[in-house]
Design a protein around this ligand. Structure first.
Ligand code: DAH
Length: 457
């Protein structure tokens, strides 16, 4: 009941919520004084002290914590009226004691008040405030008593008053001393508990990233070709039309350029040559042969760009691995053997392969290379019945283009077409990855979605 009374009286303070903190604290201080005055029997006073300064609900310390969090420096305490609020009852008791014929009663009350304050000053800041309340030269209880009580007391009670005061002082000093030691050890303890390192805790785990699936597949492809004597070269993603087209036997108005409708760079007027994002890795065939005499055995992994509209199987950026082998006596058998070896290493020995005639301006003959459908095992029908959706019932999946290097290409790199022969291939890495890892949307490779990436650690 008492709690509720205090609480409801606090709530009755006009505009407590909207007041500035400082004003609110002053209002509370006034209330604290009034409350102290209103409680006349020692029992009531004790109860009031417990409720106002005790831990539960401890209005004063609650307010103190709020003020401190807003104004952490000690010097602002008194300014903000906290000291007034703390001192309110003390003032009452001191005055009451003065009027009393029995000073001991006044000191007993004061003692209870002070003990309640000290025992609830559970941290160093609270402790310092209580200490300040006790010994502050202008505002402290000590000086108030001696100024207002002792000095003004009539000679007949001065001696008793002095004795009582000395006793109280000793008690207060002792209490503060003992309490200080306790507060210090407990805050030290709590600091230690804070800093205690529990070695059994799992620690902060930072997830280690992994290579992107495309990077992993490129590595697989590179490893397979490494093992049969190919080396890796890389080339520029910005190319000249000469390397991207002309030197690959694709003259300006050749219809295959339509498929490679491309990204040209905006260049200043008078630039020596137009530039474009390469549409395939094949230009590196030319750059490699320009630099190197046969034998040549290279693969070229890299990004390529086309003006494709994005859908589940198209992206304006994707990856290729180009291959080129040129020597004095390379035959079509070397070509098919190499490609089949690669595919069986990559997809597993069970896959069947086939070559279909095709056309590329830089290979002659040209082929399209297929594997038996990885999803239906080449049967053309889905496990659940009906036709396989991946190969559309054909039992075969188109993998990539390849062929024997067209002799016309050798003309661009000063190779003697009568003395050398070779083969080339160009595979879409994204497509190979999709087939091998059963991914049905090429876009996931470029979206960097963390729901996708960690599936391939
Ligand atoms: N460059 C071709 C493309 O992107 C792929 C290709 C086909 C590359 C045949 C080759 C090849 O080296 O021989 O469509």
């Amino acid at each position: 009941m008492q709690d509720q009374n205090i609480l409801s009286r606090i709530q009755q303070i006009d505009g407590l919520e909207t007041l500035q903190l400082q004003d609110a604290v002053v209002k509370l201080a006034e209330l604290a004084t009034a409350e102290a005055r209103a409680h006349t029997t020692p029992q009531e006073q004790r109860l009031f002290l417990q409720r106002w300064y005790g831990n539960d609900p401890g209005y004063f310390w609650l307010t103190f914590s709020k003020v401190r969090s807003k104004a952490p420096r000690e010097s602002v305490w008194s300014k903000f009226g906290l000291l007034q609020m703390l001192k309110g009852p003390a003032n009452e008791y001191i005055q009451w004691g003065m009027l009393s014929q029995e000073p001991k009663e006044g000191f007993d009350l004061l003692r209870e008040y002070f003990d309640t304050l000290v025992t609830n000053a559970t941290d160093e800041h609270r402790y310092l405030l209580v200490r300040f309340l006790w010994e502050s030269r202008n505002e402290g209880i000590k000086s108030t008593i001696s100024e207002n009580w002792l000095k003004k007391a009539s000679p007949d009670i001065k001696r008793v008053l002095g004795q009582n005061f000395n006793e109280f002082s000793r008690h207060a000093e002792h209490l503060l001393k003992v309490w200080k030691a306790q507060v210090e050890t407990s805050s030290e303890k709590s600091a230690l508990a804070h800093e205690h390192v529990d070695l059994s805790l799992p620690g902060v785990q930072r997830r280690i990233g992994s290579h992107h699936l495309i990077r992993q597949v490129l590595q697989e492809i590179e490893d397979i070709f490494f093992s049969i004597g190919f080396s890796v070269v890389e080339g520029p993603e910005i190319e000249t039309p000469y390397y991207n087209f002309e030197a690959l036997n694709i003259p300006e108005f050749h219809p295959v350029r339509d498929d490679m409708d491309t990204f040209y760079l905006d260049l200043p007027k008078g630039a020596p040559t137009p530039l474009l994002l390469r549409t395939h890795t094949s230009p590196m065939q030319i750059r490699t042969m320009e630099k190197q005499k046969p034998p040549v055995r290279v693969i070229v992994p890299g990004k390529v760009y086309r003006r494709d509209n994005p859908d589940a199987t198209h992206s304006f950026i994707f990856h290729q691995v180009e291959g080129l082998a040129v020597d004095s006596d390379i035959t079509f058998c070397d070509f098919t053997g190499t490609i089949e070896y690669f595919v069986k290493q990559f997809f597993g020995p069970g896959v069947k392969t086939r070559f279909r005639p095709s056309y590329f301006p830089f290979t002659e003959p040209s082929v399209e290379f297929d594997v038996s459908c990885i999803f239906c095992g080449g049967s053309g029908s889905a496990a659940s019945g009906g036709t396989c959706s991946k190969c559309k019932g054909a039992g075969w999946i188109e993998l990539f283009g390849a062929g024997m290097v067209d002799p016309a290409v050798y003309g661009f790199v000063n190779y003697d077409a009568k003395k050398v022969s070779g083969f080339a291939f160009g595979m879409g890495v994204d497509r190979l990855a999709m087939l091998k890892y059963q991914i049905d949307d090429i876009q996931v490779f470029f979206q960097n979605d963390v729901r996708f990436l960690p599936q391939f650690p």
